[in-house]
Design a protein around this ligand. Sequence first.
Ligand code: GMT
Length: 366
Amino acid sequence: MRREELRLGLVAYPGLGGSGTVAAELADRLARMGHRVYLFATSRPFRLPEASPAVHVPVDLPYYPVFPGPLYTLSLAGTLEREAKRLGLDLVHTHYAVPHAAAAYLAFGEGLPLVHTLHGTDVSVVGMDPAFHGPTRRALEAARAVTAVSRALAQEAKRAFGVEAVVVPNAVDPERFRPRPERKRLYAEEGEWLLVHASNFRPIKRVPDIVRAFAKIRKRLPARLLLLGTGPEEEEARRVAAELGVAPWVTFHPPTPHPEEVLGAADLFLLASEEESFGQAALEALASGVPVVATAVGGVAEVVTPEVGRLVELGDLEALAEAALDLLESPRLPEIRRRAREWALLRFHPERITRAYLEVYAQALG
Ligand code: GMT
């Protein structure tokens, strides 16, 4: 492995999504290790720490009345090409293949080492769109390395694109994400259990299902549901809460760059997604000492093991509620909480994951 400082360009979406979180936090860690790290994104990534030594390089969304819409892919390709020369980049690492892998390929062909990390729907949904599949496949084939955040996603990438992806799971910072029981009183009344879900409320996350399962839990235990984030399904989640008569116990918390302050206060984390290659928010909950009840989809089983939570079938809300009640009422809850944090630290420690990416870079540069 090269020991000297690297000049790295990372590419990411800046918003609430897990792929942007993973890229921003990786950029920050690499920069704090002494590498020169430039993070290409249309705006400063939401989860890039304020004092991070990683530098945000803005990507414009140019529009001209002749265009049918802003040309993000071309603008990214042009920005990467220009800035890589100016900054003397050794390697470009994109997060979320569509359209980042194709844009980087357009910028450099095989002239600069490229690494692409697959995150989920870039393989299973948008990557499979006939409009995107060909260019994405060619870009992935030409890369020095492709990584996937779980074994399940690597298998899916093999089927979808014929590429062999190296599995590098996502990391969680144990200093940030830790138990914060003293904060629980900020979100729940005395004697209430605090259940949390965090996401970008896309339909794939099935947030209204979480509210429906919560209504079942609430019939048996005094509990409060805190939904952290926002997105297209927020209105529907509010409507379901009102319809089921649980609105007074459902709190909608706006997105925050500091989700650790909420997660650390929770008793249980709920995830009802129809698809999830990994489940970054579930991992952050585990590191915070919070057990997880989730749907058994994609790579979630690689994060949520039977020692630290429960997996239920997609759409089985009765099972979701029962699993939550079972955990909350278990005399082993304190031990499960301890194990959740231990497991997150053991398998997903940032030092370990950053080392794995540096090994991938070393191979790519080799
Ligand atoms: O793939 C997506 O739908 C978007 C992506 C994101 O940017 O939020 O989420 C994926 O990447 C995360 C980080 O690796 C994973 O934790 C999520 O499980 C994954 N989402 C899906 O697979 C639906």
